[in-house]
Design a binder for this molecule. Sequence first.
Ligand code: ATP
Length: 426
Amino acid sequence: MKVRSEVITIGDELLSGSIVDTNSSMIAAILMKIGVEVHRMTSIGDEPQGIMDILLEASRRSLLIIVTGGLGPTEDDRTARAAADAFGRPLTLHEPSLQSIREFFDRIGIEMTSNNERQAYLPEGSKVIVNPIGTAPGFALEVGESVLAFLPGVPRELERMLNDEVLPELRRRFSSGQVILSRTLRLFGVGEAKMDQILHGALDGLSGLSLASLPRYPENRLRLTARANGREEAERLIETAEARLRERVGRWVYGVDEQALESIVQELLRRRGKRLAVAESCTGGLIVNRLTDIPGSSDVLDRGVVSYSNMAKTDLLGVPEDTLNGPGPVSAETAEAMASGAREHSKTDLGLAATGIAGPNGGSDSTPVGTVFLGLSDETNTWSQHTRLRGGRTNVKTLAATIALDWLRRYLLGENPDEYQTPWKR
Ligand code: ATP
């Protein structure tokens, strides 16, 4: 059964641009787990009449409505009152919720203020949705055939309550009985338009499958979703579809689902028994930052050197002054000297380096903004590659770090570093 469902996010700060509405997409992704598709998302300010209007409209057109925000203790938190007024269910004190709010404050050792009590007043007839990690309880209201679930705006609390409290109930109520599985392929090195063209018709003849292309700069993701009457069938569908996609775009796929590029690199370094040192100029430590985001990085990463000035390149990495004065700090020779210098100084197996001009200033005719040289060094060889990246400073840094990690990944898979291809390779 398909359920017409919608999401309403409440808060002036969503409309003023102070915060980005990430709750809606999180809710949609969580509902997808039980096959419930979201048909509409609305963000609305804290003004009570506006909230009442949207709640009433939604309850007329959708069977399931998830509402977030405005359940807090302050004056501008008006969601519960608006729901009470919209549906003629007066606010009444919910004693157990008041008790849990008191206990929450006892636990964290902070005195409870009287306005926190407001959070325990819920529209009559609502069912409480417990909030195990915050003060504001959520609540569910049945209006005619529709169910409205009101949850706090804080993403961490929302996620926990949705998964633990709301989903099991929805599964009982709305689940279609079908099994829904999804798998996401993560790609780097191919643009969305090209990928779309290459994939045209790839899944023809497979029913019960959908494919979404989800660009996440500078990467791309392809999410396959299968719906079937049993788990085995859903798994078979996903596998068949994945194989078809890989046939066409497999050379750009670096991981699946939650696997980040840096975690794949870490895993490969560990498997090959290699330790790495990184020397960064234009990326300012971004490569090492990404590698150290993954637990266990100390097993494979020895050090990262941010050698921004010429002097730092010479002092810390032994880049010859002749190289810096001749070819220059942004050159293949310097990238190679940085990579081999990092490796030799740290006595690691591998050195990886990035030097370039992130902009907006500092470019010249021969070395325009966006020019990046990467270096890679092992016990027997040193390689460099030249790319010319577009976009602002942050984009250049992000893309340079991603290309460096992808280049290292492919080297670790046994590919020849001289043959590395990206759309940005010059
Ligand atoms: P609280 O218990 O904290 O008072 P609340 O239900 O009142 O929860 P809000 O006050 O609306 O929620 O929001 C609390 C915080 O949660 C906001 O400051 C914001 O950082 C975050 N937040 C709220 N709505 C969203 C949203 N739609 N997307 C992402 N973050 C959000």
